[in-house]
Design a protein around this ligand. Structure first.
Ligand code: NAP
Ligand code: ZN
Ligand code: ZN
Length: 348
């Protein structure tokens, strides 16, 4: 079928309205009419070639919610009319040790990304800034009715990418958790960690979003532009989640970890983050990374958000605002996630 979309013609040109072909609905596939698509900083990194070259034209977007409008003959988990979501991956090899352990996000052959990946039919996957998408049912999530429809979209990437390391490193009562950068991922990390019972501190470039951070559940809020912050908070945290999209002085942040603390980078800057091993020796610190989350964990996260009344703070935009939205994300001028209303694609 032909779907409406916004795509990037190259690494340097603005996104433009276009149409793309979606594959026929296979036996195990679900056709989704997209209602909302979140705007992740990863879309911008990828589009601009910051993570390496990609093929163009390319449609981005991996925070997708919509309604099932058609199912294949062998589909058992979803039915027409269901409210569903799709995140950062749409398939995996299903046979490697990580896939067999239910950790498709860490597929050893590389999971099939929602965009810029080679799909099983040899085409390049095209993402969620679009009116429709066809996805194999195992990679489609149930979106609880209790979560606001539009606000549900960013949970599919920003939500799971912060939920997963918080759970893995046991954020909870008695744990001091710091969140570096309060953008799309960062504000979700604050809400999630608070709901898990941790004592949350935000480390932001300035104090301009302090009121919001405290409203989201943080107990403390510091500006990293103030050098005193790093003295005041030395040896404090059990867990630090770094969500910054740019390269930062990671050793300054490692110094904030208490004994056996871990700093997890989910931010994915183009440049490396060089680590000073002597900073790790002090307090037996760990530096780790984390990539999105498994399908099972993503469903658990959606249910957790529904039960705890957690939803992203969004700014709903029409599709023709996407280029300005990207510029605002790059300037850290986002409160706290742009979400495209997919009905506006039709009038583009
Ligand atoms: P975002 O909304 O732009 O948030 C990033 C935040 O980082 C900004 O709001 C800002 O927070 C801070 N920041 C930006 N530039 C900075 C700089 N030069 N120095 C210090 N702080 C800076 O981005 P996002 O969508 O949350 O994504 C964040 C990063 O995570 C991106 O690199 C993205 O690609 C990556 N990501 C990774 C995964 C994964 O699986 N690991 C999944 C999704 C996204 P303050 O204004 O509060 O300082
Ligand atoms: Zn993302
Ligand atoms: Zn695999």
């Amino acid at each position: 079928m032909i779907a409406l979309a916004y795509s990037a013609p190259s690494a340097t040109e603005p996104l433009v309205p276009t149409t793309i072909e979606r594959r026929d609905v296979g036996a195990k596939d679900v056709l989704i009419e997209i209602a909302y698509a979140g705007v992740c900083h990863s879309d911008i990194h990828a589009a601009r070639g910051e993570w390496g070259p990609i093929a163009y034209p390319q449609v981005f977007g991996h925070e997708i919610v919509g309604v099932v409008t058609e199912i294949g003959a062998e589909v058992t988990q979803h039915k027409v009319g269901d409210r569903v979501g799709v995140g950062c991956m749409v398939n995996s090899c299903r046979e490697c040790v990580n896939c067999l352990a239910g950790m498709e996000n860490y597929c050893l052959k590389g999971n099939t990304g929602t965009y810029t990946s080679v799909d099983r039919d040899g085409t390049i996957t095209q993402g969620g800034y679009s009116s429709h998408i066809v996805v194999v049912e195992d990679f489609v999530l149930r979106v609880p009715e209790a979560i606001d429809y539009a606000a549900a979209a960013p949970l599919l990437c920003a939500g799971i990418t912060t939920y997963s390391p918080l759970r893995h490193w046991n954020a909870g009562p008695g744990k001091k958790v710091a969140v570096v950068g309060m953008g799309g991922l960062g504000h979700m990390a604050v809400k999630m960690a608070h709901a898990m019972g941790a004592e949350v501190t935000v480390l932001s470039q300035s104090l301009s979003k302090q009121d919001d951070g405290l409203r989201f559940g943080a107990e403390h809020y510091y500006a990293t532009s103030d050098a005193n912050t790093f003295d005041t908070l030395a040896n404090t945290f059990d867990l630090i989640i770094n969500t910054v999209s740019a390269a930062i002085d990671i050793n300054a942040y490692l110094g904030l970890l208490a004994l056996d603390g871990t700093l997890v980078s989910v931010g994915a800057p183009a440049q490396p983050l060089p680590v000073e091993v002597f900073t790790l020796f002090g307090n037996r610190r760990s530096f780790a990374g984390s990539g999105i989350g498994s399908i099972r964990e993503t469903q658990e996260m959606l249910d957790f958000c529904a039960e705890n009344g957690i939803a992203p703070e969004i700014e709903l935009i029409s599709a023709d605002y996407i280029n300005e939205a990207w510029e605002r994300v790059v300037r850290s001028d986002v409160r706290y996630r742009f979400v495209i209303d997919a009905t506006t694609l039709a009038v583009a």
